[in-house]
Design a protein around this ligand. Structure first.
Ligand SMILES: NC(=O)c1ccc[n+]([C@@H]2O[C@H](COP(=O)([O-])OP(=O)(O)OC[C@H]3O[C@@H](n4cnc5c(N)ncnc54)[C@H](O)[C@@H]3O)[C@@H](O)[C@H]2O)c1
Ligand SMILES: [Zn+2]
Length: 337
C-alpha cells in the first residue's frame, strides 16, 4: 500500500508492505553512495540487507538510546559522510527507531545543505509517527529536540515484519501514540482498539494511524496550529516522563497516563480499558511538585496559562487555555495525589 504525503515540492510516498526491507531497491534509488545509520539495538541484519542492495555504502551504528541524539553523534555522521566522499547526489538511509531517524534525518538536512534522506523505521512508534512529518532533531545541553530542522524524507519504507524482533514493551510504547491519534481524530480507530485483537492487527493500526498523521501534517507542515493536537496528553505526559524517579517509564507509557486527565469523565473509563488492554495503564506514586516543574519549567507564575487539547468524545477535540496550576489540579484529581 502506498500513502502519498502531499506537501507540494516536498511530497513523498510512504510504502507499507510486509517483506519490504528485502526489496527496498524497488522503491529507493540505491544506485549511488549511501550512509546507512542504525543503532546497536536494531538487528544488524536489517542494515546489512539494505547495504547489500546499495551500489556503495557505509554503515554507521550508533549506541541505542536517546543519548545518541547528540552533537557528538551528529558530528560523527557528518565526518563519516566526508570520509566516504558522500556527494550532493548521494543519500542517507535511517534503519532504526525514532532516535536513528531524528539524528540521521538532521544530518541529511545539514550535509551540503541537504541530501536525499530515506527512512526505514523499525519501531512501532517510528512506523506510525516519527518517520513521517519531517521533524528531525538532536538534544543539546540537556534540552530535548532543541536543535533540528523540518526536513522531509524522499521516501519512507514501512515493513511491519521488522516489528517481529521488537520487545512487547516497545510495541505498547508505539500503541500509546496510535491511541492518542485515534482519540483526537478517528472515532472508528478508537473503537477498533476497543473491539479488535490489537496484537494481530498491527498492520491495519499502522496504516490507519499514518493516515491520521498524514492529514494533520498536510494541513500544518510546520506546526503552526493543528499539528499541536499531536501533543494531546503530552503536557502531563512530559511532566511525568521528566520527573525524577519515573525515568524508567517509556515516553508512550507516560503519554498514556497524561491523556487521562485530558479526557472527559464520560469517556475516561473506556480509555482506561483500552490502555489496560495494551498494558499501558498503571498506578504510580506521583511527585506532583516535580511533575509541575517538569511540565511547566518555563512558566512558574501562578497566573500563567497553557493551551491543552481535551477530548470529550473519541474522534473530536477541543483546545482549551487553562492556568497551568489548574491543569495540574485536573491531573491530580484524575491520577491520584
Ligand atoms: N520526529 C518526530 O516527529 C518524532 C515523533 C515522536 C518521537 N520522536 C523521537 O523518537 C525517539 C523515540 O523513538 P523510538 O520509540 O522508536 O525509540 P528508539 O529509536 O530509541 O528505539 C527503541 C529501542 O528499540 C530498539 N529497536 C529498534 N528497532 C528494533 C527492532 N526492529 N527490533 C528490536 N529492537 C529494535 C532500539 O535499538 C532501541 O533500543 C525519541 O528520541 C523522540 O524524540 C520523534
Ligand atoms: Zn509522543
Amino acid at each position: 500500500m502506498i500513502i502519498h504525503m502531499n506537501l507540494g515540492q516536498d511530497s513523498y510516498d510512504i510504502v507499507v508492505e510486509r517483506g519490504l526491507l528485502a526489496k527496498a531497491n524497488k522503491y529507493l534509488n540505491l544506485n549511488r553512495r549511501a550512509l546507512i545509520v542504525t543503532d546497536t539495538g536494531v538487528p544488524a541484519s536489517y542494515s546489512k540487507s539494505i547495504a547489500g542492495q546499495c551500489k556503495d555504502s557505509v554503515i554507521c551504528t550508533v549506541e541505542s538510546g536517546e543519548a545518541s541524539k547528540s552533537m557528538d553523534m551528529f558530528g560523527k555522521l557528518l565526518q563519516t559522510m566526508l570520509d566516504h566522499g558522500i556527494s550532493r547526489k548521494d543519500c542517507v538511509i535511517a534503519v532504526g527507531g525514532g532516535v536513528v531517524g531524528d539524528l540521521s534525518g538532521f544530518a541529511a538536512s545539514a550535509y551540503m545543505r541537504g541530501i536525499d534522506f530515506y527512512n526505514i523505521p523499525t519501531t512501532l512508534l517510528s512506523q506510525i509517527d516519527s518517520s513521517i512529518g519531517g521533524k528531525t532533531a538532536i538534544n543539546f545541553e540537556g534540552v530535548k529536540n532543541i536543535v533540528g530542522a523540518f526536513y522531509q524524507p524522499e521516501k519512507v519504507l514501512i515493513d511491519p515484519d521488522l516489528l517481529n524482533t521488537l520487545p512487547q514493551r516497545q510495541i505498547a510504547n508505539g500503541l500509546a501514540e496510535a491511541i492518542k491519534m485515534s482519540l483526537t481524530s478517528d472515532r472508528s480507530l478508537f473503537e477498533y482498539f476497543e473491539n479488535q485483537d490489537i496484537e494481530n492487527n498491527l498492520e491495519e493500526i499502522i496504516i490507519r494511524s499514518l493516515n491520521i498523521k498524514k492529514s494533520v501534517v498536510e494541513e500544518d507542515e510546520k506546526e503552526k496550529g493543528l499539528r499541536k493536537i499531536l501533543n494531546f496528553g503530552h503536557t502531563i505526559g512530559h511532566g511525568i516522563e521528566s520527573s525524577e524517579g519515573m525515568s524508567e517509564l517509556y515516553h508512550g507509557e507516560c503519554v498514556a497516563l497524561g491523556m487521562l486527565p485530558m479526557c472527559s469523565d464520560r469517556i475516561r473509563p473506556r480509555v482506561i480499558d483500552v490502555l489496560k488492554k495494551c498494558n499501558l495503564y498503571r498506578e504510580l506514586d506521583y511527585d506532583w511538585d516535580k511533575i509541575t516543574e517538569a511540565a511547566f519549567h518555563d512558566k512558574k507564575a501562578d497566573g500563567d496559562t497553557v493551551t491543552v487539547t481535551m477530548v470529550n468524545e473519541p474522534g473530536s477535540y477541543e483546545l482549551k487555555t487553562m492556568k497551568c496550576l489548574d491543569v495540574i489540579e485536573l491531573a491530580k484529581a484524575c491520577l491520584g495525589g
